[in-house]
Each structure stands twice: as C-alpha cells, then as structure tokens.
Design a protein around this ligand. Structure first.
Ligand code: COA
Length: 381
C-alpha cells in the first residue's frame, strides 16, 4: 500500500516591527517608487535583537502543531530550512525540538537558500513515503536582516524576516505532496552568497572590515536565472503529478519579486487570480516565504479541500525546487480554550524538564570534577 504525506498543520510568525520603503529611503539612496516598480515590495518585517531565527521558527511550529492538534511527543523529525541559523551549530532544529517538547524527534537544519522550504518538504515527504517516519515538522525560518549590508541599496531593500511551518503526517489516503523536483547549478554559486564566516574565509577582523558576512548578489543574473527555472520546475512538478497546468488551483511561488512571479505565471498561462502574492508586505523572507504565503492563502480562504497547489522556489546555490500538492486538510475550527490551556501547560512543563536536564548535567559535571580532585589528592601529596 503506497504511503502519502499530507499537510495536517500550518503556522507562521513574523516580527511586528515594519520597515517601509519610505523608511529605507531615509537610510540609503533609493525611493519607494523604485522599489515598488522593480520588485513590488512595499514593506518588510524586521526582527528585534530578541527575535531570533529559532524563536520565530518555534512560534510558527507551535501554531502548526496546534492546528494539527498533535502532541509534540508524536513528532518523529524536525527539519528547519534556514540560511540564517541561530548558530553555526547546534542546529536551529534542535533548539526548536527542545522548546517544543518533541522529545522523540530527530532534528537537523537544511540549507538550500530560498529553495530551502521546498527542499525540506521534499525530504520529509520521502521519509514519510518510505515509512521511515510518520510525523515530520518542516519549518522555514529566517532573520535575513542580520546578514544584510544596510548601506547596499541593491540588496537591503529586498529582504525581510519571518517563519512558516507545516506538520506532515503519513497516511494510506491518496493526496498530499504528490511530486517534488529539486535542482541545483553550483556554477552560479557566486551570484548570491555570503562569502565570510565559513571554512574558506573564517570570521576575523579582516572579514568583518571587508563586509564579507553580508549578502552579496548579482541581481540581474539571479533575475535571469529565476525567470528561467520557476516555470520550468513548476511544469516538471505538474507533469510528475500527472496533472495538466490548467488543473492548478493555486500557484504559491517564492516571494522574491513580483516581476519574476508574473513572468513565471505568464509562461505557465496561470491566470492572476490563481497566483498568490504577498511580497508587498513581507519582502523576500527566503526559506520562510512559501510557508508564510501558504498560511495567508489559507486564512484568505483561497485553498479548499481537494485543491491542487504548486509551490516553487529558487535561490542561492543556485538552487530551485517545486512540488505539487493535493490539499486534503479541512480548515480547523478555533481551538477549544481547554486545548489551548493544555498546550500552554505542556510547553511550560517541557521547559521545566529541559531546564532540569541542563541543571542535572551541571551538577553531574561539578560532582565528577570534585571526585576527580579528591581521588587525585593522595598521589599529588
Ligand atoms: N534604489 C534605486 N536604485 C537602485 C537600487 C535601489 N534600491 N538598487 C539598484 N539600483 C540602481 C542600480 O545601481 C542601477 O543603476 P545604474 O544603471 O546607474 O548602474 C539601476 O538601479 C538598475 O539596476 P539593475 O540591477 O539593472 O535593476 P533591475 O531592474 O535588475 O532590478 C533587482 C534589480 C535586484 C530588483 C532585480 O535584479 C532582481 O529582483 N533580481 C533578483 C534578485 C532576487 O530575487 N534575489 C533573491 C533570490 S532568492
């Protein structure tokens, strides 16, 4: 019996602080008109120093778990797609797993630039279909604002912060993620990169002074690449699912630039009312853009049970990824107050437990250090 991977929960989290084009025009040599005309972006959300990638990811993940009405203990795996992790290591996914109380789950981060969410969704789907795991949490979370050069008008106007998450579960019921396409062309890696901070140019005073920890991009080339792969990858996912393009009910593209989206939709002959766009309010939130768009499309009532969805992303790598989804979830009702209270208690309890584990680790270390000293004493004398 074939297994299918269904999305059963979803959630998003964006920091409340908004930076408009007009605000940006006060910082760099740009105008609201230029940004709107060239990209479609009007504003973006920017995280405060306390709103880190893991925190945004956790809030989106909690909402997804809530919608699915699943106990975090039932989650088998947490994947966080991000290019702006909390630390080089441990993985942001481990922080989310711990804070969520997903005690049985494995956890890892996945880095595929702005294609990261669809890459992670494809990975989760394959693991569910192979029956290795049954319940997998996939998060796309970014704080791109941390790695932007705020004096570079060609990049700083494009990006924003946020997170989106979905919970997938295996079932024999046909539907869910029906096809996935993953692609990479590493020959274009230097077109969009953060050169510093890795093994090639480890962080040091010189890398900081030469701004190597910031996003560097050849916008024109990335634009050309994006307009080529978006339509191509979408077509491949649709073919692989056994659909025709006319059967797409909603197209959910990576939200980088409205001109790129329009060009892909035109090439696929998808009418504007079937294309979801929210980049005017968020800018490009990288791996978070597609799950945030999914949540907003659901909130806007644009997705109904039985609909055919296509998601497609592109980004650093260069990478691209697409998938075709037969939507099977029903809109959840408002959670019962008792359920919300129970979840809150569960999170508090898992926080206490996690703190307890840390404390016992410290006590263990202190005790064994003391014992070492005592045992060594006679020979030292
Ligand atoms: N405000 C005003 N002028 C700006 C500007 C800004 N924020 N950014 C660049 N410019 C200037 C450039 O300096 C250039 O001036 P010049 O002709 O005097 O040299 C001019 O605008 C045109 O630049 P160009 O790069 O040709 O503009 P464009 O039409 O290609 O638009 C992008 C630039 C970045 C909006 C577009 O290339 C793009 O969206 N690329 C894809 C980027 C992307 O999606 N990246 C993320 C991938 S996940």
């Amino acid at each position: 019996m074939p297994r299918y991977a269904h999305i059963i929960g979803w959630g998003k989290s964006v920091p409340p602080n908004i930076l408009t084009n007009a605000d940006l025009a006060k910082k760099v040599d740009t105008t609201d008109e230029w940004i709107r005309e060239r990209t479609g972006i009007q504003q973006r959300h920017i995280a405060s120093s306390k709103e880190t990638t893991a925190l945004l990811a956790l809030h989106a993940a909690r909402d997804a778990v809530e919608v699915a009405d699943v106990n975090p203990q039932d989650i088998d795996l947490v994947i966080v797609a991000t290019a702006t992790p909390e630390y080089p290591f441990p993985a942001t996914a481990c922080l989310v797993q711990n804070a969520l109380g997903a005690e049985r789950a494995g956890a890892f981060d996945l880095e595929a630039g702005c294609s990261g969410f669809v890459y992670a969704l494809a990975t989760a789907t394959a693991l569910i279909r192979s029956e290795m795991y049954n319940t997998v949490l996939v998060v796309g979370a970014e704080t791109l604002s941390r790695i932007l050069d705020w004096s570079d008008r060609a990049t700083c106007v494009l990006f924003g912060d946020g997170a989106g998450a979905v919970l997938l579960r295996g079932s024999d019921q046909p539907g869910g993620v029906l096809s996935t396409i993953l692609g990479s062309d590493g020959s274009g890696g230097e077109l969009l990169m953060v050169p510093g901070g890795g093994s090639k140019h480890p962080a040091g005073p010189d890398t900081v002074l030469s701004k190597q920890h910031f996003v560097k991009m050849n916008g024109r080339e990335v634009y050309r690449f994006a307009t080529r792969v978006m339509a191509q990858a979408s077509r491949q996912a649709v073919d692989k699912a056994g659909w025709q393009l006319e059967q797409i009910d909603l197209f959910l593209p990576h939200q980088a630039n409205v001109r790129i989206i329009d060009s892909a939709a035109k090439s696929l002959k998808i009418p504007p009312d079937k294309v979801f766009v929210n980049l005017e309010r968020y800018g490009n939130t990288s791996a978070a853009s597609i799950p945030i768009a999914l949540c907003e499309a659901l909130d806007a009532g644009k997705i109904k049970t039985g609909n055919n969805l296509v998601m497609v992303g592109f980004g650093a790598g260069l990478t691209w990824a697409s998938c075709a989804i037969k939507w099977t979830a029903a809109q959840p009702g408002a959670p019962a107050p008792q359920r919300a209270a129970a979840s809150r208690l569960r999170y508090i309890w898992s926080g206490i437990k996690s703190f307890g584990f840390q404390l016992s680790r410290h006590i263990d270390a202190a005790v064994s250090k003391t014992l070492d000293v005592i045992e060594r004493k006679p020979s030292d004398e």
